[in-house]
Design a protein around this ligand. Sequence first.
Ligand code: 6R9
Length: 596
Amino acid sequence: MTQGETVPAAALNWPTMPKPRAGWRLPPNLEDYESTCRTFTWAAARDELPGLPGGGLNIAHEAVDRHAKGDRANRVAIRWRGRRGERRDITYGQLRDETSRFANVLTSLGVGRGDAVFTLAGRIPELYIAALGTLKNGSVFCPMFSAFGPEPVLQRMSIGHAKVLVTTPVLYQRKVAAIRDQMPELRLVILTGEPPAGCDPATTFNLATLMAEASTDFAIVPTNGEDLALLHFTSGTTGKPKGAMHVHEAVVAHHATGRFALDFHDSDIFWCTADPGWITGTSYGIISPLTHGLTMVVDEADFDAVRWYRVLEEERVTIWYTAPTAVRMLMKAGAEMAKGFDLSALRFVGSVGEPLNPEGVVWGQEAFGLPIHDNWWQTETGGIMIANFPSMEIRPGSMGRPLPGIRAAIVRREGDSVVELMAGEEGELALLKGWPSMFRGYLGEEERYRKCFVGDWYLTGDLARVDEDGYYWFVGRADDVIKSAGHLIGPFEVESAVMEHPAVAEVGVIGKPDPVAGEIVKAFVSLKSGFEPSEALRLEILGFARQRLGTAVAPKEIAFADSLPRTRSGKIMRRLLKARELGLPEGDLSTLEGPA
Ligand code: 6R9
């Protein structure tokens, strides 16, 4: 399946997956979908969380401190597995102490409410401690993916007015040192090791030294629900990355959706494979499992089929939340491999981030005896909006049905209003605004935010269909954004970096369908006069882009073209590049400039 391709018709030929066996292990939290949707209110969901003693709401209190006071103090909150086989268990009690220390570190350095604390780190314990300690301090947590290069890091930290960066000495030297003087607002860098020689000791610190001196007593800053908590960058077709702002109130949705869509029960051991550099890894890789007081597994290493099965087996993972690219890689390794491991603890598997092929859903049944439950959401929605719930029949290829408290529709924009379409018609997926984890803005970009709404509807930019029974089917994106291995990549960010190569005259970037990653980033480049296409130059530009953008964002392929198709207004027609790449009809060319 690739984006832009229609799922429903093909998918309807797949058998509907059976509901889980009655009475199987644990009754699902969402037993009766219709009646729960009728009675559910966000106000009642809010009342299930105690809030701060004295009033207010803070994500870290719900996720950590309230459990640390009670029976869960000695329960493992984070079970960390290091890349080289290291292990570390952090109990709720210890997590409270460590995050309080970190909050004290920030306070002692003069970092306060509303200040942006960025991280650039892999999945190491310090990342999780920094995230939750930042929230305790009333500061704003902004995670960046460790495979970003200096360019995406600089962009995001500049737009986000980063005051503090927490990173490792290695990543600092590779990606930050050379751009640090371009970020005058960045006051402090905190490293998870000794600062490299030459760093100013007044602004660059060793985290361990600071933590050792800090107290484990910290009174959480009394934030209110509408106070800014998280800044997550996402990409559009044009322009710079957008900083989606989320508030502490979002925790109400993190908690409720964890219960309904991922079926969290008190005894669960949960593994979300996403990196906190992307929103799934924060909403469900930190916050939601902790608000439920679960034990969550964190694996520092990247995908490896045998390693992943071993994690599932050894940790007795009961709920696993992963992504279609990973499912496709496991499918390549074969169902037989899965059967060689004891996965009997597993009771629910969820997937998000890109279309999950019907084959993947069915393969789960063969490999684990469990179908894979697709669900849908976005950085902007903050939490899961549409899901295949455990109590429901799965229609393979469908994203499922809206969560209780969420009203979705398929619409067509018509000037200042939207028209709701009928079942079966293709249109834009829209959500009625007002759920707690809805983004509150794109930082510094009022206009871009306003354009996402028509009346009370938030328009998602995804094209979809709904069937007669209310199941939603993904069709494609309405824009040129690329989804590669579940990671959202803005073509403009890639084009801007490639353009800086001295031989490049113009560049257009598309998502090229890929059987495993969904899409890969492909750049079409035309050269300045005096430069000739050659394999050496192609490799040089690839290397140049990788150096600037990092492996997460850089093109995997580059092709030379004499010139690129442009509209009369001068925009490169990425859609036409894509159609040509795929050998598809070129569509309406009336706006094309000259012959191309
Ligand atoms: C959580 C996350 C959001 C975009 C979204 C859509 C695509 C996500 C999907 C899916 C088909 C699914 N997407 N889930 N497409 N089926 N189940 O991924 O957030 O990185 O902001 O991406 O991802 O296009 O609009 P984000």
